[in-house]
Ligand binder design. Structure first.
Ligand SMILES: C[S@@+](CC[C@H](N)C(=O)[O-])C[C@H]1O[C@@H](n2cnc3c(N)ncnc32)[C@H](O)[C@@H]1O
Length: 274
């Protein structure tokens, strides 16, 4: 039993911040009131900080459903996850469940969460990607023996989520709660480094330039309110220029650098602070 391990992200999420936390650590505020994370994804920063009073949200309904189900009915989820098998044909059968949206809507929240976690653990590279119709389209992965049901971690995550408020919605929702002294970590889909850069679609809505500008307006409003802010984004001219009046720190991250290959390299990313 690994009793003393902290709860950790229960999904592998594109753009996950796990590998960057050691570089981000010294910039986290020492004291704050509420913790708010409106692009929660896999929640690497949230699970690292384990803040007492927190609000998390995301606009991906399948993802938010996973958080809610783990919070409310982790035992039902564990039972359902144990039924899955790591087999190619079976994977594609489960993946195809969203092709008929009427049938998909009939699944229970537990079945939907169980499917999302199963596909994330068994699919290629643990990605979450949907096509323009919103259908999950990640191929079967090449894992040895994926841990589809990490029950020990799921129970710990459930415990942690008991006091957390979870919302489904776009990032602006944070304006409904943010007050002076709160710490808000914003980790949006990154502004692409080139037009041809592989754009990871977390949902069928693309996070385009107007969305980045809207986020900047929200950032400024949160700054005016006296919140402690931290925002991640790509090291791009557009981002550097937009946030030029704030503190910008450069981090080094290991990322896929070429959309056509599995080549990985170190690239710059930014952390913006107020
Ligand atoms: C870079 S990821 C966050 C990764 C997370 N920090 C982690 O460690 O796993 C960006 C997240 O923003 C979400 N997202 C995209 N557009 C959004 C929007 N308009 N409002 C809220 N969330 C959004 C995506 O579903 C995705 O989970």
């Amino acid at each position: 039993m690994t009793q003393n391990t902290q709860p950790h992200p229960f999904l592998k999420w594109a753009g996950g911040k796990r590998q960057l936390i050691s570089q981000m650590d010294k910039f986290f505020p020492k004291n704050y009131n509420k913790y708010i994370e409106p692009f929660i994804g896999g929640g690497a920063v949230f699970f690292y900080l384990l803040p007492e009073n927190s609000i998390i949200s995301d606009n991906n309904p399948d993802l938010v459903n996973c958080y809610n189900v783990i919070k409310e009915n982790v035992e039902g989820l564990i039972k359902s996850l144990k039924k899955h098998r790591y087999e190619k044909d079976y994977y594609y059968k489960i993946r195809a469940l969203d092709r008929d949206q009427n049938k998909y809507a009939e699944l229970s929240d537990i079945e939907k969460a169980s499917r999302s976690i199963y596909l994330n653990k068994s699919g290629y590279n643990g990605l979450y990607r949907v096509n323009s119709k919103g259908f999950f389209n990640v191929p079967f992965g090449r894992h040895k023996n994926p841990k589809i049901c990490d029950e020990e971690n799921l129970r710990k995550v459930s415990q942690v989520l008991k006091n957390v408020k979870i919302y489904l919605g776009s990032f602006e929702v944070c304006l409904d709660f943010a007050e002076k002294g709160d710490f808000i970590y914003l980790d949006p889909p990154y502004f692409p480094l080139s037009d041809t850069a592989l754009f990871t679609s977390y949902t069928k809505d693309i996070f385009d330039k107007p969305s980045q500008i809207k986020l900047f307006e929200v950032f400024k409003e949160l700054d005016r309110r006296g919140c402690n802010l931290m925002l991640s984004n790509s090291y791009s001219e557009f981002v550097l220029d937009l946030y030029k009046d704030f503190k910008i720190v450069t981090l080094r991250a290991k990322r896929n650098i070429n959309s056509n290959s599995q080549k990985r390299g170190l690239i710059n990313e930014v952390l913006i602070l107020n």
